[in-house]
Design a protein around this ligand. Structure first.
Ligand SMILES: [Zn+2]
Length: 426
């Protein structure tokens, strides 16, 4: 592990002029004017924003960077994406899976994204993607916390062998139990899948993260069942409902009953703004629903909400670069969270809130936390969102993983500094 001293940083809570001392991979002090040995590597933050690293609470690393294989999603719908993934699966090789995942991890590190929860499809009897991502998890462990979710893409009750494959994947060391109740054959099967999967998680002492109600159907109410079983089995704080897009279309009276149940059960919520705004509402003419879950209302009810990237260049989404500031910016637009407090909450959704969902140990910028952070060319979290701020430095355990210089202008206009100053408001 490494030692490093950061001079003159501003933190997301607004404190400024602080030094951060990392010894042996851990933060040991956060205070002004730290005295340290002259041998210690020093980086001058010049007052820029030092944030804990970005955390992606929901991703699909087995499908990433496969855009166009074997063809492009013509309708742009979730269901064609699932069908297309089914066409692609027999063509996958372990080598190609690993290569694409590692390529994405490179992108992630460069963007200061150092923790990712990725779902991995367990419906293939060979468990090829599981084996590949277990290998990737070990390869990137010094750089990225990669958490794997056993995800029965075709339905744990609907697809042959899916339940047995899911248990095999957990035996191999996959971290979290996944599910997709709205894709089971019936509402009853969906509810039954939630019960079965939550009991597996409780028996094994694992967390749960289900694709839940990723639909425009206001009657898709599996989140209610998920909250019920989380509460019944004592899994508070260890269960996540991902997507929850049907909540966008639900009756307001029903939602007023549902929100306290989710909060009581300690169930986390994950919205995937880039994907929800793209895939949902595809069966509407006009007006077209936005399809993202009720983020500000969930937060106001006391539910911890994180944001996920979900997809990057795959059967469901043709864009993306691992930039969680892009995710958060889309989230605040779709949810109309444009107040200062709302934008700050969206920054939290790609940092601290998602870290809680993953249960990351030692996350943060306090003494005792791991020496993991990203230096952003912005003065505040809101400014970082506005600018999709440049990552000046990415650090893991006190070791510098990526760095870049601020952009310089060659115009040399009179009275202007050589470095482009995006922060005129300060
Ligand atoms: Zn997903």
């Amino acid at each position: 592990m490494h030692d490093l001293l950061i001079r003159n940083a501003t933190l997301p809570d607004g404190r400024s002029g602080l030094d951060v001392l990392v010894l042996d991979g851990r933060i040991v002090a956060v205070e002004p004017n730290i005295q340290a040995s002259p041998q210690l590597p020093v980086h001058d933050a010049q007052g820029w924003l030092l944030s804990p690293p970005f955390v992606d609470a929901h991703f699909h690393m087995d499908a990433t960077l496969s855009y166009g294989l074997p063809r492009v999603n013509a309708s742009g719908t979730l269901l064609e994406g699932i069908g297309l993934w089914g066409e692609l699966k027999p063509l996958l090789t372990p080598e190609a899976l690993v290569e694409r995942a590692l390529a994405y991890c490179d992108w992630a590190v460069a963007k200061g994204l150092l923790a990712i929860r990725t779902h991995v499809d367990v419906c293939d009897d060979r468990l090829m993607a599981v084996q590949a991502l277990l290998q990737v998890r070990e390869q990137v462990r010094p750089y990225i916390d990669l958490q794997l979710v056993a995800f029965p893409q075709d339905g744990v009750l609907r697809a042959p062998n899916a339940l047995a494959n899911l248990e095999r994947a957990l035996d191999l060391g996959v971290d979290v139990v996944g599910g997709i109740p709205h894709f089971e054959r019936t509402m009853a099967d969906g509810a039954e899948s939630v019960r079965v999967l939550c009991e597996i998680a409780a028996d094994r002492g694992l967390r749960v993260d289900m694709h839940c109600d990723e639909s425009d159907d206001p009657m898709s109410r599996h989140i209610e069942t998920l909250a019920f079983h989380a509460h019944r089995l004592g899994l508070q704080g260890r269960v996540t409902g991902s997507h929850l897009t049907s909540m966008h279309s639900m009756d307001n009276y029903y939602v007023s009953k549902l929100l306290p149940l989710i909060a009581e059960a300690g169930v986390h919520a994950v919205a995937n703004p880039l994907i929800n705004i793209t895939l949902q509402g595809r069966h509407d003419t006009y007006p077209k629903r936005r399809g993202m879950t009720r983020v500000p209302e969930l937060m106001a009810a006391g539910v911890n909400v994180g944001f996920g990237h979900d997809c990057v260049m795959d059967p469901w989404y043709s864009l993306g670069s691992g930039d969680m500031l892009e995710v958060a910016a889309m989230g605040l637009h779709v949810a109309q969270m444009t107040s200062q407090a709302g934008m700050q909450a969206c920054f939290d959704a790609v940092t601290v809130n998602s870290a809680r969902i993953l249960g990351l140990e030692g996350y943060g910028l306090a003494p005792g936390c791991r020496g993991d952070f990203v230096l952003l060319q912005a003065r505040t979290p809101v400014e970082a969102l506005r600018l999709r701020a440049h990552r000046l430095l990415v650090v893991r355990g006190g070791a510098v993983l990526a760095e870049s210089a601020p952009v310089r202008s060659l115009l040399q206009l009179p009275g202007r500094p050589p470095e482009v100053d995006w922060t005129l408001a300060r």
